[in-house]
Write a protein that binds this ligand. Structure first.
Ligand code: SAM
Length: 243
């Protein structure tokens, strides 16, 4: 069942919603071609979920998209409850189908993740945000850590996989670096598709350095940040934040 909610959370969300409502099939091809390291992320998540100590654990996915990655990562685990939040109704319909493959209690919320996360109790063992966190502005990222801290159980973990700036790199440098790598290496997509992707990144992506992610997490109640993966270009990383 999908609950709808008013959308007035993060500043960037109307543009992001427009892109993902329209371009979901293009994003699926990017995943299939492994241009954003989803294969490596999947292996890390599989390993992580197998190590969660609580039986029938609960997972909140913020910016779940079609939830295809978590649906695979959670197969064969003891998950008890899954809740997915996304701003795109199209993505949520697909998520509903994908998550049905798990034998858990499932719930979906259509709305802005920053607005929705504050409405939960301290009820989740794990929170995952994959390629959604970077759409938030810096002060919203701080708020995100604070809200996530509040809805995690006492030994909970937040996992973020997302785009990152290298040390000393600013947003403009990152956009130039991403666009160059994308144009040179993503050669299974047409020039027109690549331009649409680079345009989205230019309009909607706000990556920070690992140091900034760590600092924001520590300022908002997380004790430990661990980097679990980065790709060969240092464009993407997987991080765990524990209380
Ligand atoms: C790049 S996709 C990632 C989807 C999935 N997590 C994955 O790893 O493949 C980003 C998703 O985050 C959602 N999203 C971005 N900003 C959001 C916001 N402020 N509130 C809710 N969903 C958001 C988009 O609609 C989209 O489905």
């Amino acid at each position: 069942m999908i609950n709808q909610s008013k959308q007035n959370g993060s500043a960037n969300s109307p543009d992001v919603k427009k892109f993902f409502d329209k371009e979901w099939e293009l994003y699926k091809r990017v995943i299939k071609l492994n241009y954003m390291s989803h294969k490596e992320v999947l292996e890390i998540l599989r390993k992580f979920f197998r190590s969660v100590p609580s039986p029938t654990f609960s997972v909140l996915e913020l910016g779940c998209g079609d939830a295809s990655l978590l649906s695979s990562a959670l197969q064969g685990t003891q998950i008890g409850t899954y809740c997915g939040v996304d701003i795109s109704p199209h993505a949520l319909e697909l998520a509903d189908e994908n998550i049905r493959l798990l034998h858990s209690n499932n719930r979906f919320v259509e709305g802005d993740l920053l607005e929705e996360v504050g409405k939960f109790e301290a009820e989740f063992d794990v929170i995952v945000a994959g390629y959604s966190f970077h759409h938030l502005m810096i002060e919203e990222k701080g708020q995100f850590f604070k809200e996530c801290r509040a809805v995690l159980k006492s030994r909970g973990t937040l996992i973020i996989f997302d785009v990152v700036c290298t040390p000393g790199e600013n947003r403009n440098d990152y956009i130039k670096r991403f666009s160059r790598i994308c144009m040179q290496e993503w050669n299974q997509l047409t020039n027109e598709e690549l331009l649409r992707i680079c345009d989205h990144v230019k309009n909607s992506d706000y990556p920070e350095t690992v140091e900034t992610y760590k600092q924001l997490a520590e300022e908002n109640g997380f004790q430990r940040t661990q980097k679990l993966f980065h790709d060969k270009h240092n464009l993407y990383g997987v991080f765990s934040f524990t209380i």
